[in-house]
Write a protein that binds this ligand. Structure first.
Ligand SMILES: NC(=O)c1ccc[n+]([C@@H]2O[C@H](COP(=O)([O-])OP(=O)(O)OC[C@H]3O[C@@H](n4cnc5c(N)ncnc54)[C@H](OP(=O)(O)O)[C@@H]3O)[C@@H](O)[C@H]2O)c1
Length: 282
């Protein structure tokens, strides 16, 4: 076990490697293939992708060529945010499986509670109907766990009130100074794991002098400090990198941030001021 492959436990007792490799904005083809291959070689066993990233084929090819047994990998993908017609869910899911060359997913998420162009609009009834389709995928064994992304407290409560399976995760934007405390507290109270997307604020926090100052105490980089911070808050970081050096550096997380420094990091304002947020985040 390494710091990457130590596990957290989902609310259905499935184990999930506590650091996932993010693949948003990694172009399909050789770039995505090389990045995922490097991540697997560096020890990542959890890969986060999505239908809309357009790179599932290259991600799947890298997984296949790695030779790593399927049972040792944890693969997440997502139903596009725009798909709010429940009759379309199965086709998207099957297309994702075909793209990845897999016969099941470890985790399948609703990418967002609203189509991106209507961010903030409530889609309660549609989310219920779509979630019931994910429940069928879960109950049939095609997805070992199901969850959501970008859901706020209202969206989570809607599913809890109207459906049977409690989401295993809510994947939200989460980094130093932007940890979405209301959603995080609600998720924790209901056994929903927070997955931290953009744990480096899509690179936006890497130049933050206050974060860099704390990182220097530990002889680590700003990126390593930011990822370790997420882990120590109990959330699961999903760092993305295309550079092999970054991919490898982000595996070096076996140090401990002191309680005093965690408190200082908890109290920081948004470490990437200017980073855009969904209207329902905060
Ligand atoms: N569910 C959603 O709606 C949603 C939304 C956003 C993200 N996500 C997930 O979360 C993942 C991560 O979020 P993100 O893509 O926004 O990015 P991120 O992980 O917050 O930051 C990635 C950026 O940081 C750079 N970087 C990474 N490691 C570094 C290091 N050690 N030193 C210096 N720079 C480093 C990368 O550079 P290089 O690429 O040049 O190496 C890239 O520019 C996504 O890939 C995706 O899987 C999900």
């Amino acid at each position: 076990m390494t710091v990457l492959t130590e596990t957290m436990t989902l609310n259905n007792d499935i184990l999930i490697p506590q650091v996932g490799f993010g693949t948003w904005q990694i172009p399909d083809g050789d770039v995505a293939y090389q990045a995922v291959s490097a991540a697997l070689a560096a020890g990542y066993r959890h890969i986060d992708t999505a239908y809309v990233y357009g790179n599932e084929r290259s991600v799947g090819q890298a997984i296949k060529d790695s030779g790593i047994p399927r049972s040792e990998l944890f693969v997440t993908s997502k139903l596009p945010a725009e798909v709010k017609d429940p009759t379309a869910v199965r086709d998207y899911f099957d297309q994702t499986l075909a793209n990845l060359g897999l016969d099941y997913l470890d985790l399948y998420l609703i990418h967002a509670p609203w189509p991106w162009r209507e961010a903030g609009t409530r889609y309660d009834k549609a989310n219920t109907a779509v979630w019931q389709q994910l429940e069928e995928l879960y109950e049939g064994g095609a997805a070992r766990a199901i969850g959501v992304s970008n859901f706020d407290v209202h969206d989570l409560q809607n599913l809890l009130d109207t459906t049977t399976v409690v989401p295993a995760v809510d994947q939200i934007q989460y980094y130093i100074g932007f940890t979405e405390p209301k959603i995080t507290a609600f998720a924790k109270a209901h056994g929903i794991l927070i997955e931290a997307y953009s744990p480096l604020a899509t690179g936006g926090l890497l130049q933050n002098p206050a974060v860099a100052g704390i990182a220097a105490h530990y002889g680590v980089t700003t990126s390593q400090l930011a990822l370790r911070y997420v882990l120590q808050t109990g959330a699961l970081p999903l760092p993305k990198a295309t550079s092999k050096a970054h991919i490898e550096a982000n595996t070096q997380l076996a140090f401990t941030i002191s309680a005093k420094d965690m408190a200082a990091l908890d109290a920081m304002p948004d470490a990437a001021a200017g980073k855009s947020h969904n209207p329902t985040q905060g």
